[in-house]
Each structure stands twice: as structure tokens, then as C-alpha cells.
Design a protein around this ligand. Structure first.
Ligand code: NAD
Length: 259
């Protein structure tokens, strides 16, 4: 048992739930935070680890709610060593159709949420000598693409917030990094990726496939572990090579097939 404690936001399903499983497998205890009480209930029942887990029903964009949830996790487990700001929401629409309300909500959840949760968690982490924060951004925050004006901008903001936090919180012994997932076959991706978009992704990803939730969980856990003790202020793309590519991949593949 490591005795360490992580709080993972958006852990009712998807990447957050996979990260939760990874922490538990390494002997950590985990506070699961999610806006969807039903998903949270299912996740808790599936994990069936009542001693090592705690469910926190909360919206990461709600200032008082986040502060209370972080305090509750620390009081329940007696410490806090890692925070994974994973909760996220996506509205994929053309710029001219995106409403001010949609813009504000995406920014509130994806950018303000991690700011609030980290602000609440940092003093608690500092009490036991520090810890690690991992913000889940996106390749949509590294490269612009269609329909992602609010989502991509929120994630690019989160990448910069990661650096701001890394610079200031180092003095408290807290490392802050980001993981930028490429497309991962979660419920979120299924909801927003049409068959045409899926084909476009395959065309543009050198490894020629979507990522797995477990592959994201691995990077998240590594960044929270002591093995990453000299790593802070970085955005690591776990994306099958998407961020590295320019044009030409489909043509190269076609030429190879014709050899
Ligand atoms: N799946 C992908 O292809 C992909 C790609 C790049 C980045 N990401 C990012 O990874 C993270 C996880 O994505 P996922 O695919 O697992 O998504 P998902 O939709 O499967 O899971 C997200 C979880 O966050 C919760 N959540 C949403 N809004 C919340 C809020 N305001 N407060 C608390 N909880 C909230 C949801 O209820 C859900 O349980 C997100 O930040 C997402 O933007 C995902």
C-alpha cells in the first residue's frame, strides 16, 4: 500500500475512471468526483472498494461545491497527494453558431474547474510536503481544427494554466503537468465524432488508431508518481503521433499499399 490519496474529477466513466483504477491498482486511495450522480454510483458499485474510495457529487465549475468536495476528500482520507483535473465537456459547433452560453459553460468546466480545484487542493497537499496535479487537456488545445472554438480554446488555456501553476506551486512542492489525449474511444468521443471524423483521425494519426483509456491512465499515473519527480510544467501528448505530423500520411500509406 502506498498510503497515498488522489482526487480524480470526471471519474464516473471514461479516462477518469480508468485513471482511478490505475491508482487503486498501485495501492492509492481515490476520491471520485463527478457531476453525474448516477454514473458515480455505477462506478463505485463496479469498483467495489468502499474502504479505498469516496464519491463526491459535484460540478467542477461550482466554486463552493469544489472547495467543499476537496476538503471532504482530505478530511476523509487524512491527506491529498494528487489531483487529476479530468472533468471536461465538449460542444462541437461552427464559430458562428456557438452561443455565448455554450462558450461560457465550456470555459467554466474545462478551464475554471481545474483552476478552482487546484486552488482548493494545493494548500492541503502542501501540508504533507507537496504532491502532483495533472490537467487533462487535448490535442484540440495543441492544434486548431474545425468546430472546436470553445473546446479547443478552453484546452489551450488549460495548457497555459498548467505552466502558470507549475511555476508558482513548485515552491509548495507541487508538480503540475498536463496530458493531452488524442482521440480515445470514450462516451464523449462517441457522442461528438461522426464516422467521417473518425476516418479523418485515422488518416492523420501515425499509429493509425484511437487511444485506449488505459493508455491515458498510464501517463496520468506516471506523472503523479515519484518516478516523475523532476518533471513539471509539461504538456505530454498521448496521441499516437498526431501532434507530430504534417501532411502526407494517407498518400504515403497508399503508396506503401501499392508497392
Ligand atoms: N475521449 C477523447 O477522445 C478525448 C480527447 C481529448 C481530450 N479528452 C479529455 O479527457 C477528459 C475525459 O474525457 P472522456 O472522454 O473520458 O469523457 P467522458 O464524457 O467519457 O467522461 C467525462 C466525465 O466527466 C464528468 N463531467 C462532465 N462535466 C463535469 C463537471 N462540470 N463537473 C464534474 N464532472 C463532470 C462526466 O459526467 C463524465 O463522467 C476530458 O477533459 C476531455 O476533454 C478526451
Amino acid at each position: 500500500m502506498s498510503g497515498k490519496v488522489a482526487l480524480v474529477t470526471g471519474s464516473g466513466r471514461g479516462i477518469g475512471l480508468a485513471a482511478t483504477r490505475r491508482f487503486l491498482a498501485e495501492g492509492w486511495r481515490v476520491a471520485l468526483l463527478d457531476i453525474d450522480g448516477e454514473l458515480l454510483g455505477h462506478a463505485m458499485a463496479e469498483l467495489a472498494r468502499p474502504e479505498e474510495t469516496l464519491a463526491l457529487h459535484c460540478d467542477v465549475a461550482d466554486v463552493a461545491g469544489v472547495q467543499a468536495a476537496v476538503r471532504r476528500a482530505a478530511a476523509h482520507f487524512g491527506r491529498l497527494d494528487a489531483l487529476v483535473n479530468n472533468a471536461g465537456t465538449a460542444v462541437f459547433k461552427p464559430i458562428l453558431d456557438t452561443t455565448p452560453e455554450e462558450w461560457a459553460r465550456v470555459l467554466a468546466v474545462n478551464l475554471t474547474g481545474p483552476f478552482l480545484a487546484t486552488q482548493a487542493a494545493a494548500p492541503i497537499m502542501a501540508e504533507t510536503g507537496g504532491g502532483a496535479v495533472v490537467n487533462i487537456t487535448s490535442i484540440s488545445g495543441l492544434r486548431a481544427s474545425t468546430l472546436r472554438v470553445a473546446y479547443g480554446t478552453s484546452k489551450a488555456g488549460l495548457a497555459h494554466l498548467t505552466k502558470q501553476q507549475a511555476v508558482e506551486l513548485a515552491a509548495l512542492g507541487i508538480r503540475v503537468n498536463a496530458v493531452a489525449p488524442g482521440p480515445v474511444d470514450t462516451a464523449m468521443a462517441k457522442a461528438v465524432h461522426t464516422p467521417e471524423i473518425r476516418r479523418d483521425y485515422h488518416d492523420t494519426i501515425p499509429l493509425n488508431r484511437y487511444g485506449l483509456e488505459t493508455e491515458l491512465a498510464e501517463a496520468i499515473f506516471f506523472l503523479c508518481s515519484d518516478r516523475a519527480s523532476y518533471l513539471t510544467g509539461q504538456v505530454i501528448a498521448v496521441d499516437g503521433g498526431f501532434d507530430a505530423t504534417g501532411i502526407g500520411l494517407p498518400t504515403l500509406r497508399a503508396e506503401r499499399r501499392n508497392l
